[in-house]
Design a protein around this ligand. Structure first.
Ligand code: PRP
Ligand code: URA
Length: 237
């Protein structure tokens, strides 16, 4: 993570310098925002944030945290009754009603999506490539493999880092155009600035995160955060 230079070779640009940011306590109780308080989550988060954690371990932790977040974020899914036979006789059981989608925002969302697949193996995976321009901090779409046929009860947009909120807002915009009845955002670490923006722009979605951090630095990285989630998963420093 370094200061960026302008395309004209001009002075370094600091896109968040001087931008007012809400305090953590100001966004702690936003409606439909769920912040995990599970001790196992906190334990894994500490290992994830540690700068000495190397990519193989980092990726494994992202997957494990993805599985824990999946468990929390799916707690209110709809069920339907179904008849089965146990070895002892007939009974009426329950199964998830309707399909479940997970949209990893590439690249960094891939590990989280794998965690979701460990909890619900038959999720549909809708890949969406968004890349943040580090000078403007605007998200740009570069890949989209979303099916046209929608048969989901819910779709989870998953991306570890909610910084300025631009990528998350755009991902939800893309999914809303598909007409999915219910959308959620799932992330690992949020900055107050991005969390407020996402919640204000899309007040109709649920937001699940593992931690709410303090602020963004001048170049839009989360503090204390964990650095670059994509680079740390895939070893591309
Ligand atoms: C990171 C991260 C989010 C985005 C968050 O991705 O995974 O997608 O930045 O920033 P924002 O809230 O300010 O939009 P990045 O664009 O670096 O791409 P990568 O996953 O390929 O590393
Ligand atoms: N993207 C990251 O990977 N980390 C941050 O802190 C902000 C955006």
């Amino acid at each position: 993570m370094t200061e960026t230079t302008t395309s004209s070779g001009g002075p370094p640009s600091l896109p968040m310098q001087g931008v007012p940011q809400p305090r953590r306590d100001e966004v702690l109780h936003l409606p439909r925002v769920h912040i995990s308080s599970h001790p196992v989550m906190r334990h894994k988060l500490t290992a994830l944030r540690d700068k000495n954690t190397q990519p193989p371990e980092f990726y494994r932790l992202v997957k494990e945290i993805g599985a824990l977040l999946a468990y929390e974020a799916t707690a209110s899914l709809a069920l339907e009754r179904c008849s089965i036979e146990t070895p002892m006789g007939p009974m009426v059981g329950e199964r998830l009603a309707g399909g479940i989608g997970v949209t990893p925002v590439l690249r960094a969302g891939l590990g989280l999506a794998e965690g979701f697949r460990e909890v619900i193996p038959d999720v549909q995976v809708w890949h969406l490539g968004l890349r943040r321009d580090e000078q403007t901090l605007r998200a740009m779409e570069y890949y989209n493999r979303l099916p046209h046929k929608v048969d989901l009860q819910v779709c989870y947009a998953v991306d570890p880092m909610l910084a300025t909120g631009g990528s998350a807002i755009d991902a939800i915009n893309v999914l809303k155009r598909r007409g999915i009845p219910r959308l959620c955002y799932v992330g690992i670490i949020a900055a107050p600035y991005g969390l407020l923006k996402l919640s204000q722009t899309h007040p109709d979605i649920d937001i699940y995160i593992a931690a709410l951090d303090e602020s963004l630095n001048d170049v839009g990285y989360i503090l204390p955060g964990l650095g670059d989630a994509g680079d740390r998963q895939f070893g591309t420093y």
